[in-house]
Design a protein around this ligand. Structure first.
Ligand code: AMP
Length: 123
């Protein structure tokens, strides 16, 4: 069995969104970056930002992506956060089993729109 945290799984939900097989409201759609609202928002604003390349989590993204992809990604995160959360925001990037990562395609979550609670609520 293929380990989704070891080898990129083209069947993951975000890969399907990138291929247009699943719907998502495209808040930003650039050459290297896509952003859309989280389907189960944990805050008033909850946006997912993903690179279009096949990266499992932040580790392989930062190790293997080109500087162009990395710059485009973080600039998009900054622009979306400023636009949607002018009073502040939190960024989350889960990686691997201990983090509870569910979708094995690198994503940054932008949370905001109201005062946020504790950073790490449960073990
Ligand atoms: P993680 O636990 O870090 O892998 O986060 C995955 C996030 O993706 C969760 O916040 C889910 O609510 C969200 N999610 C799962 N499926 C979809 C989908 N089809 N569209 C938008 N967000 C999704």
């Amino acid at each position: 069995m293929v380990d989704a945290f070891e080898t990129y799984d083209d069947g993951n939900i975000f890969a399907k969104i990138l291929r247009g097989e699943l719907p998502a409201k495209r808040l930003l759609d650039e050459e290297h970056v896509l952003a859309f609202p989280d389907i189960a928002p944990q805050a008033l604003v909850h946006i997912l930002v993903i690179p279009k390349g096949r990266y499992i989590a932040q580790g392989d993204f930062h190790a293997s992506a080109s500087e162009t992809e990395i710059t485009a990604f973080w600039r998009a995160v900054a622009r979306l956060a400023a636009e949607h959360c002018p009073d502040g925001h939190r960024l989350i990037a889960n990686q691997g089993r201990h983090s509870g990562q569910e979708v094995p395609h690198f994503h940054v979550q932008i949370l905001g729109g109201r005062r946020l609670g504790a950073l790490v609520p449960e073990a």
